[in-house]
Every structure is written in C-alpha cells, then in structure tokens.
Design a binder for this molecule. Structure first.
Ligand code: DC
Length: 227
C-alpha cells in the first residue's frame, strides 16, 4: 500500500480554507475532508429537530444518536445525517452560528474527532478544520495554518453573500465573523490555535491561485524531506 499522506489545514472562518483545501487536494489527487461541514450538520440537525443549540446535554445526546457520514463525489464532499444528504442546507448564517455553538461541546467534539481520525487513518486526505493539527492529526505529514486579516476575510465573505443575493451589510458580516472567531478561539475544548509545528500561510495579499501554489510547494517539500 502507498504511504498515507495526511495534510492538516486549520484557520479562522473566511480565510478561504474550504475552497483552497479542495483545490490543493484535487491537485494532489487526494480526498478533502471538510470537518466544518460535520459540525454544521450537527447544528442543522439540532435546529430541525427543535433541540436548543444552547442545551449542551441535549445536543451531545443528539450527536450520539445520529449517524453522520461523508461521501466524496465528483462535485466534492456530501454530508449525510442518518443517510439523508444535508449538504445543500449547511451554508446559511443560522447554521454557521449553530455550528460554532455546538462545536464548543466536548461531547460533540469527541464524536466528530473519532470519525475524522478513523477516516484519515486508512486514506490519504487533506483535512480542514480548526483542531486538525492540534487534536485530530497530531502526526500529520504537514500542518498548515491558513489565515488572513479579519477585514479581508469579512470582505471575501461579504462578496460571496452579495452574489448569493443576501442583504447583510459589510458591518454585519464583520461583526458575525469576529463573534465566530471569538467563539472558536476561546472555547475550552480544543480551541483554534496554531499548532507548534504548523506552517502559517497568510493569504491577505495573495490571490486564490498564489495561495494554492504556495501550499502545494510546502507539501511537496515536506514529502520530499520525509522520503
Ligand atoms: O469551517 P466552517 O465555518 O464550516 O466550520 C463551522 C464551525 O465548526 C465553525 O464555527 C468552527 C467549527 N469547527 C470546529 O470547531 N472544528 C473543526 N474541526 C471544524 C469546524
């Protein structure tokens, strides 16, 4: 069997992580596991079943009850809850806030981390999230921390929302982003932080393609070093 390559990619909301992760994984011909989608699926399920996302015990119990799976198709990752594909419902602001909230619960994190570790153990993949380098894949082949300044991240998110026809103002988007940064960085269990051995890539002044190229170069360098 070929050697398994695991790339850990962490960073704050809006750094372009998901799309960059996907492009890098495609170029390396490995799978991309979007772990944020898994927390989003838990948040969405709580909302749709009338479970308050502030009720830690109920959300943790719900998380144990459901079967969360991911499938990789030609158009990317599909996330399923009890066999139902929820991919199309995960990207609303309501679900974003719910995901950030449920992701603070240790019971939820334990379930998600176990699934992610199981998947990465047998398959080469690029795993993107918040705690991948620090918790999920401490022995990853390479750890990338992808970031950009908050205003730039908010600007990119704002453009996306505008294109989708949303009416949020830039100030609202920036405020939401800061609130989520705060929630992600200050939670007790596995907060977002730079792993000691991670390479920090700041994309504030880089185009999408420049960022992809830079990460590919780092990965290839690391693979060569390890050979
Ligand atoms: O990357 P994203 O915006 O889709 O993630 C949704 C939420 O889930 C976000 O608030 C952070 C949280 N998350 C996490 O805590 N750990 C991960 N590995 C991935 C996401």
């Amino acid at each position: 069997m070929d050697k398994i390559i695991n790339i850990a990619m962490d960073g704050p909301v809006g750094a372009g992580k998901s799309s960059i992760a996907r492009a890098v994984a495609d170029r390396l011909n490995i799978l991309h596991l979007d772990t944020g989608a898994m927390y989003r699926a838990v948040g969405l399920t709580a909302i749709s079943r009338g479970v308050s996302v502030n009720d830690e015990e109920a959300v943790s119990a719900l998380c144990k009850e459901i079967t969360l799976t991911v499938e990789h198709h030609a158009d990317g990752q599909h996330t399923l809850v009890d066999g139902r594909d929820v991919t199309g419902s995960l990207r609303t602001e309501e679900v974003s806030m719910a995901a950030s909230r449920v992701a603070t619960y240790p019971g939820v994190r334990a379930e998600m981390v176990a699934i992610q570790q199981r998947l990465a153990k047998t398959t080469s993949m690029l795993v993107d999230g918040r705690d991948i380098g620090t918790r999920v894949l401490p022995d990853a082949t390479i750890k990338i921390f992808l970031t950009a300044q908050a205003e730039e991240r908010a600007r990119r998110r704002y453009v996306q929302l505008q294109e989708a026809g949303a009416s949020d103002t830039f100030e609202q988007v920036l405020e939401d982003l800061r609130r989520r940064d705060d929630q992600d960085m200050n939670r007790k269990t596995d907060p977002l932080r730079v792993a000691e051995d991670a390479v920090v890539v700041d994309s504030t002044d880089c185009t999408f393609e420049q960022t992809v190229e830079r990460i590919l170069m780092l990965v290839e360098e690391r693979i060569r070093e390890k050979e």
